[in-house]
Design a binder for this molecule. Structure first.
Ligand SMILES: NC(=O)c1ccc[n+]([C@@H]2O[C@H](COP(=O)([O-])OP(=O)(O)OC[C@H]3O[C@@H](n4cnc5c(N)ncnc54)[C@H](O)[C@@H]3O)[C@@H](O)[C@H]2O)c1
Length: 443
């Protein structure tokens, strides 16, 4: 029997075992989705702490309830391990490891490469390997395949290889893994059939293509957001000068029932995806002697936003309160790169704190999701800072606050009552203008 037939038969018989490699923001929900369909999941991570935490029934992420992890452990449907040899038990290996940029803004595929180097020694005939991490077109075939074939097994004959980009939107209550259509790509019939059969278990709609198309699809989705956010950030600055409120404009424009999708301005762009992924294409395009003008231009606009917000704060403090930023006490409200999650990777809030400190301000932050700043790639000097306690007495001490993230579980009216100047980068206080409009600056 061919490897594909054997694999499909196993799924039919209800014996599929899935291995998830990298148990982070993407890997854990993926594991949960399979366990929820009664599929046995083996989670592999190089971090012993992460594995111990999960095996103790803790999700380690505030937007994912511990009870979900505890449930799959109790049902005997999930186990986490740092022992790569255990992965031989799995039929499908789904890889969700980080794909950051290096300090020169080039793709850093070291996690994907080291994962392939590790699993190749344990790869067995009949397995399916799927990369879920975001990357440039060609990674699956040009980077992963040669490493995995060092095992002596041949892709398309002894094992199959596919790419399926993750579309997780952490903290979004409207969508979960099952309801987000999944794109899968493989370069042979067998790979496509095996990958489709696996993902059919957990998602309602599966779209099938080749690996390069699937890789490019993910990049296009995020480039689309990157460019549109930059456009609206630029329009905000222009409209500010014309005394036009960008948020009102967007609210009006989005009443058009076709041809307009609302994007919102903010203090910059953060997260492990949108701020990074576009540059994967920039790098790959250079191989073909091509430039990605739109991506670079959007980058120029988006990365300037934090400085723009602080210069607005500076102007307002001096105009309204005849105060300089140096020596003033400033509160940064919201550290996560977007609302209602505890993820602060690449968050513009870190850059805002950094710039405020550069100007000599005394900066504190408040984030109900992030009690302490961990060590980050871009701003290791901020590690250890702790969120302030939310009391009237503590808030009263500040000369100004910058709202950088619009978390839902914050008593924003307290800010209005206690702090004389509020720079609101998200239009979070849209309902407070009537009462406190003289203190609030949309920026
Ligand atoms: N976070 C998101 O919202 C999101 C959404 C869509 C796509 N993605 C993409 O998914 C991928 C993973 O992102 P994430 O947010 O889950 O990252 P993460 O940092 O939350 O998790 C990655 C996990 O992989 C583990 N790991 C690192 N190297 C490993 C190795 N060699 N072997 C096994 N485990 C290893 C880490 O210990 C960590 O637990 C990235 O390519 C990212 O761009 C992320």
């Amino acid at each position: 029997m061919s490897v594909t037939k054997e694999f499909l038969q196993k799924i039919k018989d209800g014996q599929l075992v899935v291995g998830v490699i990298g148990l982070g923001y993407v890997g854990l929900p993926l594991a949960e989705a399979f366990a929820a369909q009664n599929v046995k999941v083996l989670g592999y991570d190089i971090s012993q702490n992460r594995v111990d935490e999960l095996n103790a029934g803790k999700s380690g992420m505030r937007h994912i309830a511990d009870s979900k992890v505890a449930k799959m452990l109790q049902q005997g449907l999930f186990r986490a391990t740092t022992n790569v040899a255990d992965l031989r038990e799995a039929d499908a290996l789904l890889i969700a490891v980080p794909t950051p940029l290096d300090k020169y803004h080039r793709p850093d595929l070291s996690y994907v490469i080291s994962t392939c180097e590790t699993i190749k020694d344990h790869l067995r005939r009949g397995q399916l390997v799927v990369l879920e991490s975001t990357t440039y077109p060609g990674t699956t075939r040009e980077v992963m395949q040669p490493i995995l074939e060092k095992s002596g097994l041949i892709a398309g004959e002894d094992f199959n290889l596919a790419y399926s980009p993750e579309r997780e939107d952490p903290g979004n209550p409207d969508f979960e893994t099952a309801t987000i259509p999944k794109v899968i790509g493989a370069d042979n019939e067998g790979g496509r059939a095996m990958a489709k059969a696996v993902y059919d278990k957990i998602v309602k709609t599966v779209i099938v293509s080749n690996a390069r198309t699937a890789e490019a699809t993910k990049l296009v989705e995020n480039i689309y957001r990157w460019i549109n956010i930059a456009a609206v950030n630029e329009m905000k600055i222009i409209f500010e000068k014309m005394d036009i409120d960008i948020w009102e404009v967007i609210d009006a424009a989005k009443t058009k029932p076709f041809g307009f999708h609302a994007f919102y301005p903010g203090p910059g762009v953060g997260g492990h995806c949108i701020r990074i992924d576009p540059y994967y294409l920039t790098w790959k395009a250079r191989e073909h002697g091509l430039a990605t003008h739109f991506i670079e231009l959007a980058g120029e606009v988006n990365t300037k936003m934090p400085r723009r917000i602080i210069s607005r704060l500076l102007e307002e403090m001096s105009l309204r309160h005849q105060k300089a930023l140096g020596g003033s006490k400033v509160l940064l409200c919201g550290l996560a790169y977007k609302k209602n999650i505890d993820d602060m990777r690449e968050s513009p809030s870190l850059e805002l704190i950094h710039i405020l400190k550069e100007h000599g301000a005394h900066v504190s932050y408040y984030d109900p999701w992030i009690p302490q700043i961990p060590v980050t790639r871009e701003h290791p000097e901020l590690a250890g800072m702790e969120s302030i306690e939310w009391t009237d007495a503590a808030l009263k001490k500040f000369d100004a606050v910058v709202i950088a993230t619009d978390h839902s579980n914050v008593a924003y009216e307290d800010l209005c009552k206690q702090i004389p100047l509020i720079i609101d980068t998200r239009n979070t206080l849209r309902d407070h203008h009537e009462k406190y409009g003289d203190k609030i600056v949309k920026a």
